[in-house]
Ligand binder design. Structure first.
Ligand code: UN1
Length: 501
């Protein structure tokens, strides 16, 4: 294991080689549970590094696009097998760089494995359509075509899953990749790229440049030879990326913020709803775009729900995610912790009732990490800032609601639309909720988190820009349709005009 005394130094990966940055700049990646532990030293890339990576990906694209899709898929299949072999080691490295508990980092690596197997399967299924032409002796069909170099900018909360959501569909479709992982979690992307190379990916097909958004992410998103940009992160940065992509009409997929809700109806299995709210609210320390940061509870069960929920939140054990007895790890970094702390103050000032938590943890083993107590606000009004803005931390707002219609109004009354959930045993309400919740994902009797790789992932309003990740939807994003007409009549046939005769 790397220690402060023997830090591991990581480089960029360009054209099949590990290379230094052109500028020689580097930065430290530290464990958020114990900042004395240096996870590694990584390249602080700039535009020259990005340009070199894009050049390599542009060159590699010429041959990769011509490799038959089932052959591309075989490489992915081998990568999935290798990931499985390294699951334990990659999970503990991920906990060290990201902080979430081992059970969750295992889930993250598993999500990458699932996505890689799934997209390997798609290699023999990149179906188009064939259809009769409206004219005689003419044939019509459509096929997918690859696009080119895909720039990917990924977040720190799912350090291997989200890069795999983007890379695997792009690769099986015949594109090449330049990946810029989050500054806080480059190691997991390293592992993923290394595995792909071991599996037999040709040089230059995948390239990795580490660094921050302004210096490495922006030159990638704005690069003239990068026609596809896929980003997951904040809505503020997503807007900047959309603007950078607009002049060249790049394919641009944005997965951004969320303010997800669990609705608890008066007929709900309350214990199950509490389980869901605890996992949805405090899993990954609330640092998921799918986190249940709001719980809307029917007034007739509000008191009972809140007392059980708060009792459970109080029992959560916070600490180093490598310790199997721990339920919740630290925030990713100091800045994120400060954001959480500032929202606690905002909630208090707005008149919400602080029911538990509310403080940074600093004593003993907590002293060297970015830990915060699981925090619950009660009697929250739907229009308070803590109930409207994404906090991305362990803070849950409980909102009393009068009835189903009120719950739906509260649920939809935020600028985001990623995930929503309802706990009820009433099938009519469950179906009405599935119809009326304006989000990309809806759960019934399950929390707002738990997306599977073969179904579309994404959201409405300021959560996304109309695209979806995972599933076939991801293949749609990373390909263009080509429609082909073959006329074997040996004469000029005019569609519509001749057809009308
Ligand atoms: C995210 O929060 O950025 O459904 C992704 C889930 C996970 C993916 C979350 N499978 O919460």
């Amino acid at each position: 294991m790397a220690t402060a005394a023997s830090p591991r130094v990581f480089k960029n990966f360009i054209n099949g080689e590990w290379v230094e940055s052109r500028s020689g700049k580097a930065y430290e990646n530290r464990n958020p549970a114990n900042t004395d532990e240096l996870v590694g030293i990584f390249v602080a890339s700039g535009s020259e590094d990005v340009n070199a990576a894009v050049d390599a990906a542009t060159e590699a694209y010429k041959s990769w696009r011509l490799v038959p899709a089932p052959k591309r898929a075989e490489i992915l299949y081998r990568a999935a097998e290798l990931l499985l072999q390294h699951k334990e080691e990659f999970s503990s490295d991920m906990t060290r760089e990201m902080g979430k508990v081992l059970a969750e980092t295992r889930g993250d690596v598993q999500e990458a494995i699932d996505m890689t197997y799934y997209m390997a399967g798609e290699g023999r299924r990149l179906f188009g359509q064939t259809t009769p032409s409206e004219l005689p002796n003419k044939f019509a069909m459509s096929a997918r075509q690859s696009i080119g170099v895909c720039g990917m900018i990924t977040p720190w909360n799912f350090p291997m899953a989200i890069p795999s959501w983007k890379m695997m569909p792009a690769l099986v479709s015949g594109n090449t990749v330049v990946l810029k992982p989050a500054e806080d979690t480059p190691l997991s992307s390293y592992h993923l790229v290394q595995i792909l190379m071991e599996a037999g990916l040709p040089n230059g097909v995948v390239n990795l440049v580490s660094g921050d958004g302004p210096n490495a992410g922006a030159p990638l998103a704005g690069h003239k030879d990068v026609p596809v940009v896929s980003f997951t992160g904040s809505t503020a940065v997503g807007r900047i990326i959309a603007e950078m992509c607009a002049p060249d009409f790049k394919h641009c997929s944005l997965e951004m913020g969320g303010k997800n809700i669990i609705i608890v109806m008066d007929d709900a299995n309350l214990e199950l709803a509490v389980d869901g709210a605890i996992w949805g609210g405090f899993g990954t320390t609330g640092q998921r775009c799918t986190a249940a940061s709001r719980v809307a509870v029917h007034k007739s069960v509000y008191g009972e729900f809140v007392s059980r929920f708060v009792a459970r939140a109080k029992k959560l054990r916070v600490g180093d995610g490598l310790d199997a007895t721990i339920d919740m790890g630290p925030c990713i970094n100091e800045q994120q912790l400060k954001t959480v702390m500032s929202y606690v103050e905002i909630g208090k000032a707005e008149g919400a009732k602080l029911l538990t938590g509310g403080n940074r943890l600093t004593s003993g083993a907590y002293a060297k990490g970015w830990f915060h107590e699981p925090t619950v606000f009660g009697d929250v009004a739907a229009n308070m800032r803590i109930a409207q803005e994404e906090i991305f931390g362990p803070v849950v707002s409980v909102i009393p609601v009068d009835n189903f219609e009120h719950a739906i109004e509260v649920a939809n009354g935020v600028p985001y639309g990623l995930s929503a959930s309802i706990y009820t045993r009433n099938v009519n309400l469950a179906f009405a909720a599935m119809r009326d919740l304006y989000t990309g994902i809806v759960y019934v009797n399950a929390p707002t988190i738990g997306a599977e790789t073969h179904l579309p992932f994404g959201g409405t309003k300021q959560t996304g820009n109309g695209h979806r990740e995972a599933a076939i939807a991801a293949i749609d994003f990373f390909t263009e349709w080509k429609t082909m007409y073959i006329d074997y009549s040996d004469k000029l046939q005019r569609a519509q005009i001749d057809n009308a005769e």
